[in-house]
Design a protein around this ligand. Structure first.
Ligand SMILES: [Zn+2]
Length: 119
């Protein structure tokens, strides 16, 4: 998954279609992310020692990463991402619309010999 915490994304589907907001958390193994103010639900809180009043808590629930597009910091468009892997095994994201470099993803990984041709 090429979207990271702190990115600005545009939501493409559902109630929040068209909104642009910050990514608060990502779950790469599930392909989900939490976007600020998107998919808000009320969770009912039972009375407890910690929370003697109980009540309702509004919080964001995860949405699927396929339902958002990254907003490019260079051209401002919601864009698909290109990705290339350097010889050192570092993934670099690029904007498909303008070609701008959108930074690295994750830590460097070993690239098996012969697979480094995608640079
Ligand atoms: Zn761009």
């Amino acid at each position: 998954m090429l979207i990271r915490t702190g990115d600005t994304v545009e939501v493409r589907t559902g109630n929040a279609r068209g909104t642009r907001a910050r990514v608060l958390a990502v779950n790469p193994s599930r392909g989900k992310l939490i976007v600020e103010g998107v998919n808000r639900v009320y969770r009912h809180i039972k009375r407890s020692q910690k929370n003697p009043q109980g009540g309702r808590l509004s919080k964001e629930m995860p949405i699927d990463a396929s339902n958002v597009l990254l907003v490019c910091s260079a051209c401002g468009k919601a864009t698909r991402l290109g990705c290339s892997v350097s010889n050192g095994g570092v993934k670099t994201r690029t904007c498909r619309a303008c070609g701008a470099d959108l930074g690295q993803v994750g830590r460097a990984k070993e690239v098996p010999a012969g697979q480094a041709a995608s640079v």
